[in-house]
Ligand binder design. Sequence first.
Ligand code: AVJ
Length: 320
Amino acid sequence: PVSPFALTRTLPADATAAALRTDVSAGLTAEPKWLPPKWFYDARGSELFEEITRLPEYYPTRTEREILAVRAQEIAAAIDARTLVELGSGSSEKTRLLLDALPKLQAYVPVDVSASALELAGHALLAERPELSVHALVADFQQVLALPDTPGPRLLVFLGGTIGNLLPDERAHFLASVRSLLAPGDALLLGTDLVKYEQTLVAAYDDAAGVTAEFNKNVLSVLNRELGADFHPADFDHVARWNPEHEWIEMRLRARAALTAKIPALDLAVSFEAGEEVRTEVSAKFRRAGVSAELAAAGLTLRHWWTDSADRFALSLATL
Ligand code: AVJ
């Protein structure tokens, strides 16, 4: 018998380490300095993110879950998928709401950079739904994906508002590659956080308990461990700021005093002036017209737009 669980690596084992070095040397020698948000998520960072999702100020996770719970049947009616592809899986609890609503589902394809996260989630799911075949894909969703040969129609889901962590040109590139994965009859389900009152947004990224501050500073611990750097996270302040021009939240780390950090693995020393900031994340907030336009630019048509009662978050369903 064929095993119902298969794991395919499209990333060489050392790809992550190489990408980290490339990103850190580019970002910390740039003016102004930046780091990509994907490096937050080591084991500690993933744990802190889980903690963020339970904070009173951080509404996106519970709001998206609420929309999914209310709309799962409508989603299934729009696309009776035989394969569910989840990009950047890990939100297994939300995925379950979808899985349970799709009666014809045969295959689940979680895509994540972490093989261990995929093994855990895949086997837990199989214990509950032994009739599903799980084809886990170790891949970076920003790279070109080759999906396993599973039955259509396919529903591709990208939840959590993670698309907002991409810059506009990265988003265009990402949506175009999603478009190239879809055949007639397939669909994309996309979660986006929405533009709202500035204080609400800033509070969601600068919580009173300081969990997001710790999450932000965790990227320095990742650099210390992976690249032998000597950052002291306490030398930096957490900053969360609304950028009204781009309509995104920016997280930054601001040096409390002038300092120089050594990064031996890159043979690099990085100096900060007092008050100098490194941008560690953008989290774009959307409006319906913008989502519709970005989908259209990638050759996709917005078919459904579902929000919660307070219009905080949206789920979009798009097809060719
Ligand atoms: C859920 C990954 C999209 O941008 O809101 C949470 C990550 N950053 N708090 C977001 C995050 C700061 C998050 N994503």
